[in-house]
Design a protein around this ligand. Structure first.
Ligand SMILES: NC(=O)c1ccc[n+]([C@@H]2O[C@H](COP(=O)([O-])OP(=O)(O)OC[C@H]3O[C@@H](n4cnc5c(N)ncnc54)[C@H](OP(=O)(O)O)[C@@H]3O)[C@@H](O)[C@H]2O)c1
Length: 208
């Protein structure tokens, strides 16, 4: 059986990792780690999971240790890379749903996030984990694509495979719901600012 740590488990993405881990037949225990939500109960953060998940106290990310077999990360960019190298150095398995290990190149990473990557070896060696196309993993770090690349790849891969010779150009047009921006409070993410509407954002510069 497997013990799992879910870092960022109080967020929108983390919530689904919590749900999947709770239902997974090979996972016998999991702990949730967060920042501002630390020491709160998971039922208070996700009242809709009360009947599904046993209540537990969320731990502070500073308490993260080597006690788990597998670690899921769902943190804002620039945060996972503070913890993941230490876990990999200790031969732990890590699945990152955030951005810190998605790119392959440290210069592109710097240009994109204005952060000098502290673990270039792992940035270069990780496996890019689009689960639908990637069945076997041989490395301890899996970096998942973001939401837009996932939608773009899943819709274009079958076309490229079957009609490659006929393709001149590919354009994808993607829409995200407000939950795509996470749970942080911001006026431009308010329901009343967005209801019944669509707007373009980060045109020409969106990182994904
Ligand atoms: N939302 C989506 O649809 C989506 C889809 C695919 C991938 N992702 C990726 O998933 C990651 C998380 O996004 P999200 O939308 O789930 O964000 P979110 O709802 O804002 O959740 C962020 C999580 O990170 C924790 N956190 C924030 N700052 C932290 C810090 N300094 N130290 C430790 N923990 C910290 C938060 O804990 P507290 O609750 O304690 O603040 C929370 O658990 C991002 O990298 C994003 O790109 C998101």
């Amino acid at each position: 059986m497997i013990s799992v740590g879910i870092i960022g488990g109080s967020g929108y993405t983390g919530k689904y990792i919590v749900k999947f881990c709770n239902e997974h037949p090979n996972i016998n225990e999991f702990d949730v780690y967060a920042n501002k939500s630390a020491y709160k109960n998971i039922h208070d953060i996700f009242p809709d999971l009360v009947s599904e998940i046993e209540n537990k106290t969320i731990k502070n990310v500073s308490e993260l240790d080597l006690s788990h077999d597998v670690y899921f990360f769902a943190l804002p960019h620039g945060e996972s890379l503070k913890y993941i190298p230490m876990l990999l150095d200790n031969n732990k398995k890590v699945i990152d749903l955030g951005a810190d290990f998605r790119l392959d190149n440290k210069d592109v990473f710097f240009k994109t996030y204005q952060i000098n990557h502290p673990a270039v070896k792992y940035l270069e060696e990780k496996e890019y984990g689009l689960a639908e196309t990637h069945k076997n993993y041989y490395y301890n770090l899996i970096a998942n694509p973001g939401c837009y690349p996932t939608a773009a790849l899943l819709s274009t891969i079958p076309i490229v495979k079957n009609y490659f010779a006929n393709i001149q150009n590919i354009v994808t047009v993607s829409y995200s719901g407000l939950s795509g921006a996470g749970k942080k409070a911001s006026p431009n993410l308010l329901f009343s600012e967005n209801y019944n509407s669509v707007k373009a954002y980060n045109v020409g510069t969106h990182r994904h």
